[in-house]
Ligand binder design. Structure first.
Ligand code: SAM
Length: 278
C-alpha cells in the first residue's frame, strides 16, 4: 500500500484529475508543500490530534496536516475533488475522512465526534469572515484556529484600538480569542494567484469567552458604534441609551468607537443587558 510519501506532486495530481480552479468557490490553491508544512507547524497539531480542515481542494494542506500524525476531517463543498481526496485518504491509514458539504452549515461537534478539534484552513475568501464568526461565537469551540485570510481581513482581526483596521471584527475576535498574525503569504504563493496578498492568523479561544447573551449584546453595540465610527459614542449609541449607557459602562460619552478597547465594549454590552433587564 502506498503512503503519503509516495504521492505524486500536487500539480500532477490536479492534471491527472483534469481539475481547474473555480472562481465561484474562491479556489486559490497552495501547491508548494513547503508552505503547507509551515502552516501545519504553526497549527501546532501532532499525532492523534483531531483537525477539521475546511476546503481541502487538491489537498496540499491536508497532506501536511496528515504528515504531522493528526486525524483530519475535511469539509469540501466542490464535489469535483472527491476522487482526488479519496486517493489521499487511501494513503493516510484511515486518518482522513471527507465530508462533501457547505462548511457554513455543518455541525462541527458531529465532525469532531463529540471531542476536541482544532480548525485549520486556507479559507475561501468569500466565506472566510462568516466562518470565523461561526467558530468564535457558535456552539462548537475549537481548541485553536489556524486560518489563511486575505491580508486585509487578517489585519482587521488582529488590529489594536486606535488603528485604522480596528473595528467590529477585531473586537469580537479579540473578545473571544487570543489572536496573532503568524505568517504572510504573497499572492504568488497561490495557483491561480489572487489579486491580493494573504496572511495566516492563529486564534486561541479564551477560557472566559463571553456568554451567548453578552456576545449578542456585544454584536449590537459594536454594530452601532462602528456603523458611525467618526461620531462620539453618545450619538452613535443613541438608540441603545447614548450617554446613560456610556456612564453605566464607565466610559466617557465624548470618545469615538475606534479608541475603545475590547474591555470597554464588553462593559457597554453588559450595560445594555442591564438596561434591557430594567
Ligand atoms: N486547501 C486548499 C489549498 O490550500 O490549496 C484549497 C484552498 S481554496 C482557497 C478554498 C477551498 O474551499 C476550495 O477547495 C473550495 O472549493 C472550498 N470551499 C469554498 N466554499 C466552501 C464552503 N462553503 N464549504 C466548504 N468548502 C468550501
Amino acid at each position: 500500500m502506498s503512503g503519503l510519501e509516495d504521492l505524486p506532486p500536487l500539480r500532477d495530481t490536479l492534471a491527472a484529475h483534469d481539475l481547474l480552479a473555480k472562481k465561484s468557490f474562491g479556489q486559490h490553491f497552495l501547491l508548494d508543500l513547503n508552505i503547507t508544512r509551515k502552516i501545519a507547524r504553526l497549527a501546532e497539531v501532532g499525532p492523534g490530534d483531531r483537525v477539521i480542515e475546511v476546503g481541502p481542494g487538491p489537498g496540499g494542506l491536508t497532506r501536511a496536516l496528515l504528515e504531522t500524525g493528526a486525524v483530519v476531517t475535511a469539509v469540501e463543498m466542490d464535489p469535483r475533488f472527491e476522487p482526488l481526496l479519496n486517493e489521499l485518504a487511501a494513503a493516510a491509514d484511515g486518518r482522513l475522512s471527507l465530508v462533501i458539504a457547505d462548511a457554513l452549515t455543518v455541525d462541527e461537534t458531529i465532525l469532531a465526534q463529540g471531542g476536541p478539534a482544532a480548525i485549520v484552513s486556507n479559507l475561501p475568501y468569500n466565506v472566510g469572515t462568516p466562518l470565523l464568526i461561526k467558530w468564535l461565537t457558535g456552539a462548537f469551540t475549537p481548541t485553536s484556529m489556524t486560518l489563511m485570510f486575505q491580508k486585509e481581513v487578517a489585519e482587521r482581526i488582529v488590529a489594536p484600538p486606535g488603528s485604522d483596521a480596528y473595528g467590529r471584527l477585531a473586537v469580537i475576535a479579540q473578545a473571544c480569542a487570543e489572536v496573532r498574525l503568524v505568517m504572510d503569504a504573497p499572492a504568488r504563493a497561490f495557483t491561480p494567484p489572487p489579486k491580493v496578498d494573504s496572511a495566516v492568523v492563529r486564534l486561541k479561544p479564551r477560557a472566559d469567552r463571553p456568554a451567548p447573551a453578552l456576545l449578542t449584546a456585544l454584536q449590537t453595540v459594536t454594530q452601532a458604534a462602528f456603523g458611525q465610527r467618526r461620531k462620539m459614542l453618545r450619538s452613535s449609541l443613541k438608540v441603545l441609551g447614548g450617554e446613560a449607557l456610556c456612564v453605566v459602562a464607565g466610559l466617557a460619552p465624548d470618545v469615538r468607537a475606534e479608541t475603545i478597547g475590547v474591555e470597554g465594549f464588553l462593559a457597554l454590552a453588559s450595560a445594555l443587558i442591564a438596561r434591557r433587564g430594567d
